[in-house]
Write a protein that binds this ligand. Structure first.
Ligand SMILES: [Zn+2]
Ligand SMILES: [Zn+2]
Length: 343
């Protein structure tokens, strides 16, 4: 770690290790592409008072890096072993960055003689100042609290971590928001599993997987939940006429979910998403011919009607009184969900 072991040729002006330069590039790309806005909302919103994931104590930049590498939970091998999980063979690590420090003697580094480096002396096992003979315990040096030691960041290095998706073992505690969103009872009634974790594709704040009847939420925003439960309802409505949701982002089914969520959001006093929805629908409609637009509008409105009808009638049946009837959720062990919670 902080040992003064000479890393291979290091004439890099950044003072970073080569791998750290690559990892930092990732952050820069997030900024350039604007993806940073979405990533930040993913890492900043999920907050559970009982959350004991080690990453909760990481800096924001490291949590951004972690989510950018497709996970909400990354730990080192020892930390995984402590919760009875192990890293699957041949899975590779993801990398976060850590500062590399240079230590110098506070007494001798004053004024011009800035290069009063404290060097680790192997025989004594202490950090020593060549000028004044000061010697300090490694723990005190690295802890950064000893007033005799000056610490400055000389660059960045990398720290390997493994994604939860690359481990197997005991089940982890499921994340549960302090306040479940309105209509969560409807999802329970329909046997939908709502999982608060990064969606498997890692590309959006939420997703609905029809195959396993699972909603993945990477945020507590009720609006995202409304959008996903609308997809679920749409899927049920389509099934009546032998149709099914299309895989991926289909413009029509996205418009259906978006408009339905917009209406639900206003009905449940969660604020209006009209402006956002309008921009979204416009973008979907751009480039379509007049005739296609008419078809799109008619199809979308029919489906929105079906979606809202189904959701609201179910909510009415539940009376909003009882906390979600525990419908003994048939374990929709979708390939992905199953993988995470193996054994
Ligand atoms: Zn000194
Ligand atoms: Zn969607």
């Amino acid at each position: 770690m902080g040992r003064t072991r000479k890393p291979a040729p290091r004439a890099r002006p950044s003072g970073n290790t080569p791998r750290a330069d690559l990892v930092l590039r990732r952050l820069v790309d997030e900024f350039k592409s604007g993806g940073i806005t979405e990533t930040i909302s993913k890492v900043a919103i999920l907050k559970d008072p009982n959350d004991n994931r080690p990453c909760m104590s990481w800096s924001l930049k490291n949590r951004v890096l972690m989510v950018g590498q497709g996970t909400f939970d990354a730990r080192n091998v020892a930390q995984w072993n402590r919760v009875n999980r192990r890293v699957i063979a041949r899975r590779s690590a993801i990398y976060i960055i850590k500062p590399l420090y240079a230590y110098s003697c506070a007494h001798c580094a004053k004024g011009a003689a800035r290069e009063a480096h404290l060097r680790y002396a192997r025989p004594s096992g202490l950090f020593e100042c060549a000028a004044c003979g000061l010697s300090v315990e490694p723990r005190a040096v690295r802890g950064g609290s000893d007033p005799a030691v000056l610490r400055r960041i000389r660059g960045f290095g990398c720290q390997p971590e493994f994604r939860v998706e690359d481990t197997v073992g005991d089940a982890l505690p499921e994340y549960a928001p302090a306040r479940p969103p309105p209509l969560h009872g409807v999802a329970a009634k329909w046997g939908i599993q709502v999982k608060y974790q990064v969606d498997p594709s890692g590309s959006s704040l939420g997703s609905y997987e029809a195959r396993s009847n699972t909603i993945h939420l990477g945020t507590e925003s009720p609006w995202v939940f409304f959008h996903e439960i609308s997809h679920a309802a749409d899927s049920m409505v389509l099934a009546r006429s032998g149709r099914a949701l299309k895989g991926g982002q289909d413009p029509i089914q996205e418009a259906v979910a978006q408009l339905s969520a917009c209406v639900l959001s206003e009905m449940y006093g969660m604020g209006s998403t009209r402006a956002h929805t309008r921009d979204y629908i416009r973008a979907q409609a751009r480039g379509s011919g007049e005739r296609e637009l008419v078809r799109l509008a008619l199809d979308v409105l029919d489906r929105v009607e079906g979606v809202l009808g189904l959701i609201l009638s179910t909510a009415q049946e539940l009376g909003g009184a009882t906390a979600s009837g525990q419908e003994d959720g048939h374990c929709g062990d979708g390939a992905r969900a199953g993988k995470i919670r193996d054994h």
